[in-house]
Design a protein around this ligand. Sequence first.
Ligand SMILES: [Fe+2]
Ligand SMILES: [Fe+2]
Length: 363
Amino acid sequence: MATTPDTPSFHFARRLKAVSDRDVDALRANFLDLAERFDASTLGEHTLFPLQMTWFYGEPVWHELSREKQLMLNRLSFCQSYLTTAVAEIATNVLNLQASLDTIVDDDPDLALYMAREVVEETMHVQAFLCLIRKVVAHYGLTLEQLRGANVSLPMASWYVRAHTAVGWLRGDLNFYYFTRYALNVNQKTVERCSINEPDMHPLVRTILKNHAIDEARHMQMSRGTGLVALSRMRTSAARTVACLGYALFASNVFIGRHLKDSRLTRTARTRTLELCGVPRERAVLAYRQWHERTNQPEDPPLVRAGRAYYLRCNNGYIDDLPVGAWVKQRMKRIIAQGYSDVARGDDTAIAPLEFDELRRAS
Ligand SMILES: [Fe+2]
Ligand SMILES: [Fe+2]
């Protein structure tokens, strides 16, 4: 990064590192110890994912499933969501370490250490999630390989790394990567915070997700802060405009729940996961089509709508803070609102977004 140890703009990273330094010794205790303690036979009636965000929730196919199978679908939605998160976290590790390498050679070693610290934290998150996921799928006589086989969108993480490596190589830094990461952070946060608030959530898994949300809130501040600095350091307004419009297009395609645009990868992952619950392929394919085309439920469940509105509001708040002209901001908001037209009014939200309290670790 084009900075020096005294550059005030990256001071937020020192504060983030100080918080991380305080928590790092408890990393195993906050994640892997808990995941290792998790016993799938205690699942009982507990959910692992927000009920209203469970894939196919409220659709005819949902009502065709027994209570047991509905719970299985809820838990497999958790497994798929966190398998995707784990893979994305490995992808960010590749880019974080590359950014750390460039920064320790050319710039601020403390900033470099914080970038590398995120890698340590993410690695622990991934280990804990995989431990949990393996236990949940084994409870249903399934394997991680079967889950991974159904989740055909996982290779996208590799493309994300390759694209940012190429852009980073052309630009000479990875600031744009941090800039785009914000949209992924908000998306992940929305689902995770709803899971934590879910009344029937398994208590041990809730604690792990709460610990994760606390770390990720810090990672999101890094994305937000670095994004703002990155943009202000782009030399020409043309470069800033291209970066901003690129961000808006990316953010518009990052989805929560049922998105307007269809994608083969999403369709296949959801259909195959339904098949893992014993639904025949033909029925699963039809169920996806009806769900996506809003045949049976024109409106999303209230939690999904509020989550989508929250995503939109966070992005609009981020855009308001960017050091670019008013028309670029308007354009960005409109591009994102196009992907979220079900909850957008003009470039703002038409329904009340979610509100989240500040989280604290369980003592
Ligand atoms: Fe994480
Ligand atoms: Fe993270």
